[in-house]
Design a binder for this molecule. Structure first.
Ligand code: ZN
Length: 458
């Protein structure tokens, strides 16, 4: 009988915390590392929740999936669309194994709203608008879960100063999610079970500065100092309960889509583009105005950007954008000039930034969907990109879209727990693309040749 696989997905789990700082206080996770293999898991470019989880579940890169974040530019217009499950056109692990008649249980894997049919059951993810919507497959599963666990909680509002509330609601959500997961593990028929808990990402973003002594805004002996560690310990206990109810024929993976680190500040990318003469507004914006709501003078604009953990830069190309100004013959020249200038962006006091600038054409296997012209990491992601305008500085100490203390880092975690194995060892060079082929090889299902990763052996 082929083995079963269970994936415990902890959004944003950081290897420095899981494998080093907190490991001795996480007995169940420590046990997992002692029976199998583990290591840092290199995320995709960009290391963002959407697309990273689907990169993991399909072993295709963001370019192939045509997914570069939550928001995308609608073709080459100036409008925006938001990612949903409808944008996933490539086969996930659960699609592939269903062709062999194998069953799956999928809970909270972004983006999985609206719910699509699976051979098994599915509960959609944190992008679900609210619990009045249909969020399960089969549809009647919603009632079955609500009767026992109450109204399903998809997410918590976390970019707020009401931190006690964030904490209380995150615990409430996580507790419910683990109850639902244990119920589904026990009651449903599955060969592959995968879930993603978003609570850890919310806790990192809300509470990172309170424990990280190197964070620019850390205050010693504050009341939230142990929040992050306590939450990891809570997750560890819940993971222990899961390990107790699975059999020895099940391989358990614990993974994250990216890591986290302290945010140093937000760099005003559009403000910078204005200073450099690429972007022109018709009217003086108010402080913190969103670029989408500002009066952009497209006839004098050559490039503009979006904020987020990374910056997306768009060139305003004649014949491509509705009011393009850069003639196609000059596109490469403008791009190269921008790349050079962005690489040289420095800190407020002239300190060196480790900026990374990617041209999507160079980094992906295929290039689908609405990709930006450039993908930019400011100071290796330590600085967020602020898309808002109206500042007299390029450097904001705070995030421009609400309180946030953490940014994403390129490496997440990977643990493969084989209950029958007597020892654990650390692996190097693990990649998020390797997860799906690894799962398929454990389940003895052929790995489609289009998958970009390779099965991990242990
Ligand atoms: Zn994430």
């Amino acid at each position: 009988m082929s083995k079963k696989v269970l994936i415990i997905g902890l959004d944003c789990a950081a290897p420095e915390l899981v494998f080093e700082k907190f490991l001795d206080e996480l007995p169940n996770i420590k046990k997992m590392t002692n029976h199998g293999v583990f290591g840092k898991l290199k995320s995709c470019i960009p290391p963002i929740t959407i697309p990273a989880w689907m990169v993991m579940m399909t072993s295709r890169d963001p370019g192939t999936l045509g997914l570069y974040g939550f928001r995308h530019k609608k073709s080459y217009s100036y409008d925006v669309w938001i990612a949903s499950s409808r944008n996933i056109k490539h086969k996930t692990i659960w699609d592939i194994i269903s062709e062999k008649g194998l069953k799956s249980c999928v809970v909270g894997v972004p983006p999985s709203y609206p719910p699509k049919p699976v051979n098994g059951c599915l509960v959609s993810c944190f992008i679900t608008p609210d619990a009045t919507k249909d969020y399960t497959y089969p549809p009647e599963l919603k009632k079955e879960l609500e009767e026992q666990f109450g109204e399903y909680i998809f997410d918590v509002e976390f970019r707020t100063e009401k931190r006690d509330e964030v904490l209380e609601k995150t615990y409430e959500m996580t507790k419910q999610h683990f109850e639902v997961i244990k119920y589904l593990i026990k009651e449903k028929d599955w060969n592959f079970f995968t879930f993603v808990e978003i609570g850890l990402d919310r806790i990192h973003h809300s509470f990172w500065k309170f424990f990280d002594k190197k964070h620019p805004k850390h205050v010693p002996n504050n009341k939230y100092e142990n929040v992050v560690k306590e939450y990891y310990k809570y997750l560890d206990q819940r993971i222990g309960e899961i390990l107790n109810i699975i059999d020895d024929n099940t391989i358990v993976l614990l993974v994250s889509d990216h890591g986290a680190k302290g945010m140093k500040g937000a760099f005003c990318i559009n403000q910078w583009l204005m200073r450099e003469g690429y972007l022109k507004l018709k009217t003086e914006p108010e402080r913190g105005a969103r670029i989408e709501e500002s009066q952009i003078d497209w006839s004098k604009t050559r490039a503009w950007g979006w904020g987020g953990y990374y910056a997306r830069i768009f060139i305003n190309v004649e014949g491509r954008e509705p009011q393009g100004t850069v003639i196609p013959e000059d596109y490469e020249k403008v791009l190269d000039e921008l790349i050079e200038k962005i690489k040289n962006i420095k800190g407020e006091n002239g300190e060196k930034f480790d900026n990374k600038v990617y041209n999507p054409e160079d980094i992906y296997e295929e290039l689908n969907g609405d990709y930006p012209d450039l993908i930019v990491y400011l100071d290796d992601l330590y600085w967020r990109s602020a898309g808002t305008v109206g500042y007299d500085t390029l450097y904001l100490p705070e995030n421009d879209t609400g309180p946030d203390d953490a940014v994403h880092s390129e490496y997440g975690v990977f643990i493969l727990y084989d209950p029958t194995k007597k020892s654990g060892s650390e692996l190097q060079n693990l990649n998020i693309l390797d997860v799906a082929p690894t799962v398929l090889s454990i389940m003895e299902v052929p790995i489609p040749k289009e998958m970009l990763g390779k099965a991990i052996t242990w």
